[in-house]
Design a protein around this ligand. Structure first.
Ligand SMILES: C[S@@+](CC[C@H](N)C(=O)[O-])C[C@H]1O[C@@H](n2cnc3c(N)ncnc32)[C@H](O)[C@@H]1O
Length: 192
């Protein structure tokens, strides 16, 4: 089974396979994730792997523009109902290949990186380097324990990306079950 088939099948069996909209664990993690954003407002944000848009809904109130993507159509249909805001766009797409052009000041990779192969994680990190603007923030948040569908643990995924991304860690929150990090790209130096 390919990765695409795996996720298609999960969503065919359940509208919310991880119970993202219900589990107290997830809702608390989303609250910690949004509370960790160093800036009140972001101009242009990207959240790949958005599923049914629960985290998207929390991010929406902090962003002028937010693009959220997922390779599977079914959760996107539900996400559009849950987050009908005009400044939020949901599109079908898979990273690293379907990466939006232009500069972003917020990129959120939540419970996604361990579904990618090591070369795909590297490509994601390189794309982050190309699209995160000066002073922009990258959020990484992942479950820490191994599981069958994962190519690595959350800690390993964070280490892979941090090794490549040209940004400094400004928030680090580690619990038994998940790791949350916010990395900041360098501010641009005014030319004299
Ligand atoms: C565990 S859910 C995480 C949802 C959300 N990011 C969160 O933290 O609540 C993982 C999602 O990633 C999507 N996904 C899997 N591979 C992907 C890829 N290569 N690019 C983008 N999304 C992907 C799946 O379809 C699924 O909806």
């Amino acid at each position: 089974m390919t990765a695409a088939e795996y996720f298609e099948r999960l969503y065919a069996e359940s509208a919310d396979p991880w119970q993202l909209a219900e589990r107290e664990y997830e809702l608390r993690k989303y609250a910690l994730t949004t509370a960790s954003l160093p800036r009140r407002r972001y101009r242009r944000a990207f959240e790949p792997g958005c599923s049914i848009g629960v985290l998207t809904g929390f991010l929406a109130s902090r962003c002028d523009e937010l693009l959220a993507t997922d390779p599977v159509a079914a959760p996107l249909a539900r996400a559009r109902e849950v987050v009908p805001d005009n400044h939020v766009r949901f599109e079908q797409g898979r990273v690293p290949d379907d990466w939006p052009p232009g500069e972003h000041d917020l990129i959120v990779l939540s419970e996604l990186l361990y579904y990618l192969s090591a070369p795909e994680r590297l490509e994601v990190a390189e794309r982050v380097n190309r699209s995160l603007g000066p002073g922009g923030h990258l959020v990484l948040v992942h479950w820490r324990w191994p599981f069958e569908a994962a190519t690595c643990t959350g800690d390993e995924a964070h280490a892979d990306v941090r090794a490549v991304v040209d940004a400094t860690c400004v928030v680090e929150h580690v619990e038994a079950d998940f790791r949350l990090e916010v990395l900041a790209a360098a501010e641009s130096v005014p030319s004299g």
